[in-house]
Write a new protein. Structure first.
Length: 500
């Protein structure tokens, strides 16, 4: 019997009422294992109403109460990390070790939320005028929503809701319908940790659910991670309805390799960053820019390493890379490789048509490596979101930085070099929000914010870190004057009676 994933509203499971369900497949077998209920407008409204009711009391809860619950949640998350990773593997397809890594990165933000007391400290200026003090404080917004992608079903929601609820908001999550089970497990653990009913809610669905969250008058802010076209739509629509928006879009992350770089280290990094999690991550390195004569040697080193990657089901401990999320996505990724030669690229490795024995119906694709790719090729211009690495050749550092800065995306980038001066120039000149120096995937730790530039971010705030706290709160300034008691007018005197 197929399992059904329902909503979580007001602290309990809420069975889907629409009668519409979406299929959830095991990417390794292609088998539909689960169905997920798609919410109606009324069901989204019920989740928002539950969150609004909970906000009336949660906003006044003490910081000690909130952080106590979050500490308990963190302990439960740590205790159940294997179970959560198994759910990720079953519905996303990534290997178990990769899924565990995802949970660990989500835990970083829970850690940050546990220390929210420091982030929420205000400021005080005394005696700005005679007997006048001025204080700045931060207060929660109300009901906030998160719309999250399939590629990190545990980590990306944890980039949002721990900080949001720690700041005193209540939260409605609309996770990807492709791998929804993790969100329900998280909801159960939050309830077990003592989070009051309605503070965290989950609604599943498609555009109907998304649009209602964007339009609902009681939703004060929306966080989103996904593709650039949808991020632009989220930002435009939610902003038009008066909401604060933080919408992280797609990427085409470049790795600039200078002639003085350690080519073995650069090749190791390129393979890890391009093919880890089957390339289904917004911080994947998808374009290596080789400077000067090192191109041939670098490509050969990448090829040698890439050919050794073991592809198989995520449940197999020996697998290093799993399948893609759906068959349709697999076919789309394959199309970029199939059409590369006609666009002028040299196909060094072709992963199309790859299958795994015993799992022939899975969503498999092998490793692909494209060299001497023109900037006009679709494989370079588009975010492929799969295990395809493109290599571009340039003559100089200046040509490389110009190529990178011409991209409409500006999420993450990296430089590999032994030259500190070149690295310093790069980090100042490159037009991207996150920069790695001999680090291929520069995802910031939890207390520094994550976010890109240009078409990789819509809105003013990056996610988590200080930006996350500022996004989920709004500032208020209080100016106070109290008269000095010594200046009080004569009146009732309760002191000891005078004799004269």
């Amino acid at each position: 019997m197929t399992k059904t994933v329902n909503h979580w509203i007001g602290g309990k499971t809420a069975e889907g009422a629409s009668g519409t369900y979406g299929p959830v497949t095991d990417p390794a077998t292609g088998e539909v294992t689960t169905q997920v209920a798609f919410a109606t407008v009324e069901e989204v409204d019920a989740a928002v109403a539950a969150a609004k009711d909970a906000f009336a009391t949660w906003r006044h809860s003490s910081l000690a109460q909130r952080t106590t619950i979050l500490f308990k949640f963190r302990a439960l998350l740590d205790e159940h990390r294997d179970e959560i990773a198994a759910l990720i593997t079953a519905e996303h397809g990534k290997v178990h070790s990769d899924a565990l890594g995802e949970v660990a990165r989500g835990l970083e933000i829970v850690d940050l939320a546990c220390g929210i007391t420091v982030q929420l400290k205000g400021e005080l200026s005394t005696q700005v005028a005679s007997n006048v003090d001025v204080a700045s404080i931060r207060q929660p917004l109300g009901v906030v929503a998160g719309i999250t992608p399939f590629n990190f079903p545990a980590m990306v929601p944890m980039w949002m809701f721990p900080i949001a609820v720690a700041c005193g908001n209540t939260f409605v999550l609309k996770p990807s319908e492709k791998d929804p089970s993790v969100s329900l497990k998280i909801a159960e653990l939050l309830a077990e940790a003592g989070l009051p009913d309605g503070v965290f809610n989950v609604v599943h669905g498609d555009k109907v659910a998304v649009d209602r969250l964007l339009e609902h008058p009681d939703v004060k802010a929306v966080s989103f991670v996904g593709s650039t076209p949808i991020a632009r739509y989220i930002h435009t629509t939610a902003s038009a309805h008066g909401k604060r928006v933080q919408a992280l879009g797609g990427a085409k992350n470049h790795m600039l390799v200078l002639p003085d770089a350690d080519l073995d280290a650069a090749a190791d990094a390129a393979v890890s960053a391009a093919y880890g999690s089957a390339g289904e991550r917004c911080m994947a390195i998808s374009a290596v820019v080789a400077v000067g004569a090192i191109g041939d040697e670098l490509v050969e080193k990448i090829r040698e390493r890439a050919e050794k990657i073991k592809i198989g089901p995520g449940t197999d401990p020996s697998s290093e890379m799993g399948p893609l999320i759906t068959a349709a996505h697999r076919d789309k990724v394959a199309s970029y490789v199939s059409g590369a030669a006609a666009e002028g690229a040299e196909v060094v490795l072709d992963g199309t048509g790859y299958t795994v024995e015993g799992y022939e119906d899975g969503h498999w694709i092998g490793i692909s490596l494209l060299d001497k790719v023109p900037v006009t090729a679709k494989a370079y211009q588009d975010e492929i979101f799969g295990p395809v690495l493109t290599v571009l050749r340039v003559d100089s550092y200046d040509d490389g930085i110009a190529l990178i800065n011409a991209s409409p995306f500006g999420n993450g980038t990296a430089i590999f070099t032994r030259d500190g001066g070149a690295a310093r120039r790069f980090q100042l000149e490159v037009e991207a929000g996150m920069v790695g120096v001999n680090v291929p995937i520069p995802v910031p730790v939890g207390y520094h914010s994550f976010g890109g530039w240009k078409d990789s971010l819509f809105g003013d705030h990056h996610i988590y870190g200080n930006d996350g706290t500022h996004f989920y709160t709004r500032g208020k300034v209080v100016t106070t004057r109290w008269p000095d008691p010594a200046d009080a007018p004569a009146g009732v005197d309760l002191g000891f009676p005078r004799n004269h």
